[in-house]
Design a protein around this ligand. Sequence first.
Ligand code: FAD
Ligand code: NAD
Ligand code: SF4
Ligand code: FES
Length: 810
Amino acid sequence: MAATKKLVMIGNGMAGVRVIEHILKLAPGAYDITIFGSEPHPNYNRIMLSSVLAGGTELSDIVINDWDWYRDNGITLYAGHTVTSIDTASRKVISHLGIEAEYDTLLIATGSSAFMLPLPGADKEGVIGFRDIKDCQIMQETSKKYNKAVVIGGGLLGLEAARGLLNLGMDVTVVHSNAHLMNRQLDATASKMLKEELEGQGMKFLLQKHSERIHGKKRVKSLSFTDGTEIETDLIVMAVGIKPNVQVAKAAGLNVNRGIIVNDFMETSHPDIYAVGECTEHRGIAYGLVAPLYEQGAVLAKRLAGAETEGYTGSITSTKLKVSGVDVFSAGQYDEPPGTRSMKYQDEVDGVYKKIVLRDDKLVGAVLFGDIGDGASLLSLIRKGESVKGREKELLLGFAVGGAASGKEDHLAELADDEIICGCNGVSKGTIADAILNKGCNSVGAIKACTKASASCGGCKPEVEGLLKIYAGDAVAQVKEGICGCTTLNRDEIVAEIKRMGLKTIKEVMNVLEWSNPEGCSKCRPSLNYYLGMLWPTEYKDEKESRFTNERYHANIQKDGTFSVVPRIYGGVTSPSELKKIAEVAEKFEVPLVKFTGGQRLDLLGVKKEDLPKMWEELDMPSGHAYGKMLRTVKTCVGNTFCRFGTQDAIGMGIRLEKEFERLNAPAKVKLAVSGCPRNCAEATIKDFGIVAIDGGWELHIGGNGGIHLRGTDLLTVVKTDDEVVEWGGAFLQLYREQATWNERTSVWVERVGVDYIKKVLDNAEERKALYGRIRTAIDQIRDPWQEIIENKELRKNFETLEPAAAVQS
Ligand SMILES: Cc1cc2nc3c(=O)[nH]c(=O)nc-3n(C[C@H](O)[C@H](O)[C@H](O)COP(=O)(O)OP(=O)(O)OC[C@H]3O[C@@H](n4cnc5c(N)ncnc54)[C@H](O)[C@@H]3O)c2cc1C
Ligand SMILES: NC(=O)c1ccc[n+]([C@@H]2O[C@H](COP(=O)([O-])OP(=O)(O)OC[C@H]3O[C@@H](n4cnc5c(N)ncnc54)[C@H](O)[C@@H]3O)[C@@H](O)[C@H]2O)c1
Ligand code: SF4
Ligand code: FES
């Protein structure tokens, strides 16, 4: 090795120190390294500031390299020193405290600063950006003394800041200039769904608002807008983008545009001066995410270590929103410019939206909401740029409906070893495979400790788990799959622990059972809400914000953002006076469409959100629960009331069952039907619980499904009396409630546990009666939600915004 050269780095941040880590491995001892960093801290994971603010993560947890690391590697660190000038003639840098350091090679890694809107009053106390530990601490301190916060900017940073401030107990309003949140990453649909979810968490939004002036004496008191309105606040966090730190480079005469201009080898316009990270501009792009910066860093480290490299040619980026408890992913082209085609999948019940964007048969973009498990696979296809002709539906739908779960693993298996799996930490598939195959890592935790994969935002955990399955094979049998990426516990373990420890709130479950994401996500929050309600029916207070849009508004959201109203019509039997009332209400509220549903109910479609409570009041009928995971309808035929074939009173039985079990919360939606004879006109054998009359009694059928996965029922038993129908029905539904996984339809559950098992449990009269008793207790706690909202002014307020809600379709 040649004589030791002096390498000086300006900036002690994520990108720069990553280069140093590589150099120490590739060419140990080649450089005498000196680092200047403005912040008085060792190198830390800036990404994790969002988690620190949101709670559950300590500052000490986010240090990447501690003080000892610098000492052990012989690195001189000037922490708290800002370099103010570069003397290119005498090849030295000078810090604001007058420290000078000579270099043979200079590396500029100064990152970015938060872009602060130059508003009059922006210099007041309480106006900050969100970029470093200091900002995080200011927010934490402010929340102890003040109540109101405004975040300007509804991008990734703004929303993560807002979530953190909410967790700190502040009343938070996000002010956004665009009509859509995360407009640089999401299309309008995903953005509206995101807004709905965040509103449910208590976040407030002012969209299409342009800030004009910050008011207050010394400290901020309010923010006014160009439309003349104003909002009171004690804190303003600006999150409207970033500005590369280029001043020192510019003053030294380097070519600078938005960032410091670099070529494919991260060389600046001056010999022996390199730049890396957010401060650079490569092929016209200044990146603001770590994955591309780490890619740049890997190339630069090779260059500086004298190793072969083909150079850095640019990155296709992807983003995931963290800490918000909402799964959002975006990669490449997220909108649909001319020349592209797109395919979309929407599931309003589970709050899932998926879109892929294609150009010339190649995948060029993807937006995922609610289920982002396919993110890495789709990103890899975008990066490869190969034709996906004929596979488009599989990419969207196969993954979307879980049909290609194994396809996902196949795809991971096909990825090249150098594909990055963990963007935050720049960990490739090859590195993870090596950890599993050669270093004995057989759990996500072990891989995290060994490679750092999944150590930051946690978004890559599904892929790490997938690789674990591929490479560890049987050895991974002991590695458990959690209900979502926030926990390794499965449904049964969670329910058992909740019972054993008497856990009573979602927060408590997440804390005690050590959720990796303290806020949970859109999968675990609603499922915990269900399990807690099921286990503690008399004590648990339903957490409305953990429910999906439809269940929060007690109406079905339509694709144009309006809602549909389906009043309860027991057994599908109505009367002229009830029909007149419905018609009058429909006319009064100018309902554009009145339609019968497949379950024999009347659907009033196209209702504005703000009209919902007034309409319910005038209808004076209970909710038909045509939304959400609960008992929907009991379909009936006319039975022996009019039909000459009828052997039993199907209508009477249908009405009785609907009155017994209405308002019932379940793991998934539940549909019933009653037919008056084996001709089965009510199609009872494709329902969750189907009743078919026979001579002298009733056949009880279970586990049917007439939807996407068609399944005929299994015969459970035959009973003689109406009371028996009700008791067996209640016991069956309660067993399903107690044992199924949240979101599992009876058709899947019955197949999983087997009809023989269900028969065995329910044949036991004592057990059956106990189950029936428990379902009654559960139902008796629940009031009609429409009536509850009509009577409660606070709840009614949720319906008062005039903005349309997120437009989604089933
Ligand atoms: C709250 C938050 C959350 C984020 N979340 C994500 C995420 O989830 N995913 C993602 O990919 N990205 C995320 N980012 C962005 C990511 O943190 C940055 O892309 C990354 O930190 C940039 O690395 P860098 O080394 O270029 O700059 P930095 O990490 O900013 O480091 C630059 C360092 O240089 C110092 N410096 C500047 N000028 C001088 C000078 N003249 N003298 C000495 N020192 C100087 C700065 O003080 C700073 O410490 C997030 C950013 C924030 C703020
Ligand atoms: N999860 C993540 O990946 C993550 C999290 C935090 C930050 N980051 C990165 O940190 C950087 C900063 O994030 P960011 O969200 O500030 O940047 P951004 O550019 O992604 O978003 C800024 C948002 O502010 C809005 N905006 C601009 N001017 C405004 C104004 N005057 N009033 C109201 N809104 C205005 C824009 O429409 C934009 O949506 C980005 O590079 C981002 O990628 C990433
Ligand atoms: S199922 Fe039997 S009773 Fe009911 S309408 Fe059909 S034929 Fe009549
Ligand atoms: S992608 Fe964020 S931790 Fe891996």
